[in-house]
Design a protein around this ligand. Structure first.
Ligand SMILES: [Zn+2]
Length: 380
C-alpha cells in the first residue's frame, strides 16, 4: 500500500466513524431505582423483574434489540413496537426542549443526534413502516418531521397516521401522510368509532378517537385549534377538536392498545386487550378510566406519560416522574396506589363478577422488552 492510499484509507475510516458517532449517541443512563414502581418506596412493578418472580410469561428486558417481537418505551407517550422486519413508532419524542419562560415563545429545534440515535432502529432490516401520532401537541409530534427526513435517508419510508393538525405539523416532510378525518360534531375517525387504519407487515392497526387529557393543571390555556403550517413554538402545537387518537395494534393474536389519554369516548367498542399502554397525565375523572378497564379487561396495564417531558434527557440522571414545576400532572405514586385501592376494586364492583385483575407493570425507558413468550403462551 503506498502512502497516498494508506492516507486515503485512514481518512475514510476517520470520516465514516465520525459519521457513525454523530448518528449514534449512546442511550442516556437514567437511574430508575428511586422511582415508585422500580423499587423506590419499596414498590417493585418493573415488568421483566416481576415476570421472573410471578407465574406469568417471562418478559426479559435488554439494552439491545432481541429477536422477534419487542416493545420499547421512548419516554412520554413514545413507543417502538417491532418484529424482525417491521417497526411501528408511536408518538416518538426525544428532543424534549427544556421548559423556560422563553421556550414558550422561542423557536424550538429538534435534536438531530437524539432523534437519529434513539429513534432509528439499530438493525437496518427492521424498517419503520408507520409512525402513529395521537395529536399535534409538541410532546407527541415535534420530532416527527426530522425523524421522517432522517428515516428517508436511512432507507425507511413510513406512512404517518394522524389528524389534520398532525398533517400540518409534519408539513412537506412526507408524501406518505395518511390524514384521518376527525370531525367536531361526530368525534369519530372517518365516521367510525373504531376505524381500520391499515396493515404493516404482521401488524394491523385500528384507530379510535378520544378526548385529550383534562388539562387539570392548566386552566385557561388554549391548546386546541387549527394548525396552519409547521409550528415552531411550544404553544403553537394544538389538538384538533380536543381529540387524541388511540391505536389498537393486533399482532398475530396479541392485542395492544396505546392510549395516551385516560379519557375514553368509545371504550365499549374496543373489546378486550392483552396489553393496555395507558397514559396517566392529567387524569381527573376516575370513573371514565374504570369504565375503560371494565371494557378492555387488560391482562397487563402499563402506565406511560408520567416522566417530566419538560426536562431534556441529558439532565435526566434520575427518571423524573413529576411533570411540571411545582404541580405534578402525572401523580405516579397516587396512580399506583389507586390501582389497588380504587380502580381494580371498582371494576369488580361494577361488573359484579370477580374478573382477572390487570397486572400493573412498569417499563424502564429505552430498554427492549421481548414479547415472544406472550405470543407463545397465547398460541397454546
Ligand atoms: Zn402529551
Amino acid at each position: 500500500m503506498n502512502r497516498q492510499t494508506a492516507f486515503c484509507n485512514f481518512l475514510f475510516i476517520l470520516l465514516t466513524s465520525a459519521a457513525v458517532f454523530a448518528q449514534r449517541r449512546p442511550v442516556p443512563a437514567i437511574d430508575h431505582g428511586q422511582v415508585p414502581g422500580y423499587g423506590g418506596k419499596g414498590i417493585m412493578l418493573e415488568w421483566s423483574t416481576l415476570s421472573r418472580q410471578q407465574a406469568e410469561p417471562d418478559v426479559p428486558a435488554s439494552p439491545e434489540p432481541p429477536a422477534g417481537l419487542y416493545l420499547r418505551w421512548l419516554g412520554v407517550a413514545g413507543f417502538e413496537l417491532s418484529d424482525d422486519s417491521t417497526t411501528i413508532l408511536i408518538d416518538p419524542f426525544v428532543s424534549r426542549p427544556a421548559l423556560q419562560a422563553r421556550a414558550l415563545f422561542a423557536r424550538l429545534q429538534p435534536d438531530t443526534q437524539l432523534v437519529s440515535g434513539l429513534l432509528l432502529p439499530k438493525e437496518g432490516r427492521r424498517k419503520i413502516r408507520a409512525v402513529l401520532v395521537s395529536h399535534a401537541h409538541y410532546d407527541h409530534v415535534f420530532d416527527v418531521p426530522l425523524l421522517l427526513e432522517l428515516a428517508r435517508a436511512a432507507g425507511h419510508h413510513p406512512v404517518v397516521l394522524g389528524d389534520a393538525n398532525v398533517a400540518a405539523a409534519v408539513g412537506t416532510q412526507t408524501e406518505r401522510m395518511h390524514t384521518l378525518d376527525v370531525s367536531a360534531a361526530q368525534k369519530l375517525v372517518n365516521g367510525q368509532k373504531v376505524w381500520p387504519a391499515g396493515s404493516f407487515g404482521a401488524f394491523t392497526i385500528s384507530v379510535i378517537a378520544s378526548d385529550h387529557p383534562s388539562y387539570d393543571h392548566l386552566p385557561g390555556v388554549l391548546l386546541d385549534g387549527r394548525i396552519n403550517g409547521t409550528p415552531k413554538r411550544m404553544l403553537a402545537f394544538k389538538t384538533r377538536f380536543n381529540t387524541t387518537l388511540q391505536w389498537l395494534i393486533t399482532y398475530k393474536n396479541l392485542r395492544i392498545l396505546f392510549s395516551e389519554t385516560p379519557i375514553y369516548r368509545h371504550p365499549q367498542d374496543i373489546g378486550p386487550v392483552d396489553i393496555l399502554v395507558q397514559g396517566i397525565a392529567s387524569r381527573l375523572d376516575r370513573q371514565n378510566l374504570i369504565a375503560a378497564l371494565e371494557n378492555l379487561q387488560p391482562r397487563y396495564l402499563i402506565p406511560s406519560h408520567f416522566d417530566d417531558f419538560f426536562k431534556p434527557l441529558s439532565q435526566m440522571q434520575e427518571l423524573d416522574y413529576r411533570i411540571g414545576t411545582g404541580a405534578d400532572f402525572a401523580r405516579l405514586p397516587e396512580f399506583i396506589d389507586a390501582c389497588d385501592s380504587w380502580y381494580f376494586p371498582q371494576m369488580h364492583k361494577h361488573s359484579g363478577t370477580r374478573r382477572h385483575e390487570p397486572a400493573l407493570r412498569m417499563m424502564a425507558m429505552f430498554r427492549y422488552y421481548a414479547l415472544n413468550n406472550l405470543l407463545a403462551e397465547k398460541r397454546k
